[in-house]
Write a protein that binds this ligand. Structure first.
Ligand SMILES: [Zn+2]
Length: 208
């Protein structure tokens, strides 16, 4: 890539290019933090406004650019698989693309690849494994019990089960995971809270 690409050309290759284009753009932006911050507002806008395909590219870009310094080839493999599936499968909840189980599954897997997988099997704050988990705390890194849950985001048992299912099952099975709307909303809340806490950015209009 040229040493002085325009921001428009960077964005065009990031959102319309091949996976190799995206990889090259991400690598370039990783070496030029000032340019990464210059394109950040556009990436944010796309996260907020666009359709699932573009949005997940934007989400991935945000995780890559502002989540960790190293390129993550496994994230790109997941992204490629996700895009294949998105092209071949209908979105089941077109009125709320953010609740599409495939998009949620993809984003949860990205969080896992980024090392930000929410801990859901015991209280992430006190470690209790015999208390019902009632909330999600990005600061604690996962679900928390009632005693530790002050200020946490509400998380239902269906939501915890749904997130575990989406993480366990391959992307191709996400749309058949039987996610209730409540579970999908909880999963979206965990994803957006994790983005905000770990990536430092908000998805205001995507919040459930
Ligand atoms: Zn606790």
């Amino acid at each position: 890539m040229s040493d002085t690409p325009t921001y428009a050309s960077l964005l065009a290759r990031l959102f319309s290019g091949s996976p190799e284009d995206r990889e090259a753009v991400m690598a370039h932006l990783g070496r030029h933090p000032a340019q990464a911050h210059a394109v950040e507002p556009e990436v944010r806008d796309r996260l907020r406004d666009e359709y699932p395909r573009t949005r997940t590219i934007a989400a991935e870009a945000m995780l890559r650019l502002f989540g960790e310094p190293e390129p993550n080839t496994r994230a790109f493999s997941a992204l490629e698989r996700f895009l294949e599936l998105l092209d071949s499968a209908p979105v089941l909840t077109p009125s709320r693309p953010a609740l599409d189980p495939l998009a949620l599954s993809f984003q949860l897997k990205l969080l896992w690849l980024s090392g930000y997988l929410p801990h859901l099997t015991s209280c992430a704050e006190c470690g209790a494994d015999d208390a019902p988990l009632v909330g999600y705390s990005p600061q604690a890194g996962g679900a928390v019990c009632r005693a530790c849950g002050v200020g946490s985001l509400p998380l239902s048992p269906a939501g915890i089960g749904g997130i575990e299912t989406l993480l366990r099952e391959p992307l191709a099975s996400a749309s058949n995971a039987g996610l209730s709307e409540r579970a999908a909303r909880d999963a979206l809340r965990v994803v957006t809270a994790s983005y905000e806490y770990h990536g430092g950015f908000r998805l205001r209009t995507l919040s459930a």
